[in-house]
Design a binder for this molecule. Structure first.
Ligand SMILES: [Zn+2]
Length: 390
């Protein structure tokens, strides 16, 4: 649960306490309440919560008398706070107690089951989490937390049709734009159908994905994959449309587009796509790199080298550009002038000779720092390197 969501629940609890004021003032039994009838500890807990001081909020809310009207909302919030601070066992105890309580209003019971489901999910007890979310939905089939929690479990299990059904229900229940998530879930359903040998079903799913969000690249890619077998020219056209819809990610389409064009017997079409991408965004180093590869394969190594120089200017850190440059220089017989020019450019582009990064705040520096200039911690710098995990 986010801080904002917690605040929302906290304010709901506040409303509950106001509702209970009359009851409390008549019973007049509790010195823990101030002149306004609200528990001081409860108010202090809310205060801490709004400042993001979770541990202090927990300490205060734990002291709020439970047998007051609205007390179960305080417990609900307390349980969620405990979960968010890693005290999942205590969270489970509190939410279990709430879910089992007699004479709980149906919606409150559903909330308790949903919170319990999230506790279990966090603890890695997926079977129990699943059961708790289902119980929440039996009590209240609109419970947003339970729909979302169950959707995430189905996603982890790769049960995409179920995840999609849950998200569809969820997006009908609340306001806000779900189109990106729905599009990606439809695309996953399409991939799954493709895997199971149902290309027609896959096509339907990919098209539905694009109806939700025209920028869902996995759906474009899936669509092209199905079409490539039937009609490679149509597949190429699909990928060109995708490049127009998502120009900044068009490089993900280059490979399948080259394949489709080759299969359709129109290799020039692929070159045109790359040239078009460079023309539209002159800083697109990936399009230049891709075009350079095509040109080198065609024997135009000189022209390829020019493209690679520009690509290197735009992204000097890209190892792929350096590799392609060496291949191209080799293809040209390592001409002295061009090779020296490349080495000069590469030397001048070294931004961080020995890149180091703060483990605490991710601050980057050109060399090791003993005290981090950003978070002021001592001895937190490590060498930054991109290497495969061991
Ligand atoms: Zn730092």
């Amino acid at each position: 649960m986010t801080d904002t969501a917690l605040m929302a629940v906290g304010l709901a609890a506040l409303a509950g306490f106001f509702a209970g004021r009359a009851y409390r003032t008549t019973s007049a039994r509790d010195r823990a309440f101030g002149a306004d009838g609200l528990s001081e500890r409860f108010l202090q807990g809310l205060e801490y919560l709004s400042e993001g001081r979770r541990d202090e909020a927990i300490a205060e809310l734990s002291q709020v008398p439970r047998d007051q009207p609205g007390g179960e909302v305080v417990e609900q919030v307390l349980g969620s706070l405990l979960r968010e601070t890693g005290q999942v066992e205590r969270a489970i105890q509190i939410h279990q107690g709430l879910a089992r309580r007699q004479a709980m209003p149906t919606l409150a019971r559903a909330r308790a089951h949903a919170a319990l489901g999230e506790d279990y999910r966090r603890a890695g007890l997926l079977d129990r989490a699943e059961r708790a979310f289902e119980q929440a939905l039996e009590a209240d089939d609109r419970n947003v937390a339970a729909l979302l929690g169950l959707q995430r479990i189905r996603e982890d299990q790769g049960r995409w049709e179920d995840a999609l059904a849950l998200r569809t229900r969820l997006s009908r229940r609340r306001h806000g734009d779900d189109s990106v998530v729905l599009a990606h879930l439809h695309a996953q359903v399409g991939r799954e159908r493709l895997r199971l040998g149902d290309p027609d079903g896959a096509l339907t799913a990919f098209r539905e994905a694009l109806a939700h969000d025209r920028r869902a690249l996995p759906a474009h890619l899936g669509l092209a994959e199905v079409l490539e077998r039937q009609d490679p020219a149509l597949a190429a056209a699909t990928l060109e449309e995708a490049a127009r819809a998502v120009p900044e990610r068009a490089y993900l389409l280059f490979e399948p587009h080259a394949r489709a064009c080759a299969a359709a017997g129109e290799p020039g079409r692929h070159t045109a796509l790359l040239e078009n991408a460079i023309e539209k965004s002159p800083r697109d180093w990936r399009a230049r790199l891709a075009l350079a590869r095509v040109l080198r394969a065609r024997g135009d190594a000189h022209e390829a080298l020019g493209l690679l120089r520009r690509a290197g200017d735009e992204n000097p850190q890209a190892l792929l550009v350096h590799l392609e440059t060496w291949h191209t220089l080799l293809a040209l017989g390592l001409p002295r002038e061009a090779t020296e020019r490349y080495l000069d450019a590469a030397t001048g582009s070294i931004l961080f000779a020995a890149p180091h990064v703060c483990r605490r705040c991710r601050y980057r520096a050109a060399d090791v720092q003993w005290r981090c200039p950003q978070c002021h911690e001592w001895d937190t710098f490590v060498e930054e390197r991109l290497a495969p995990p061991r």
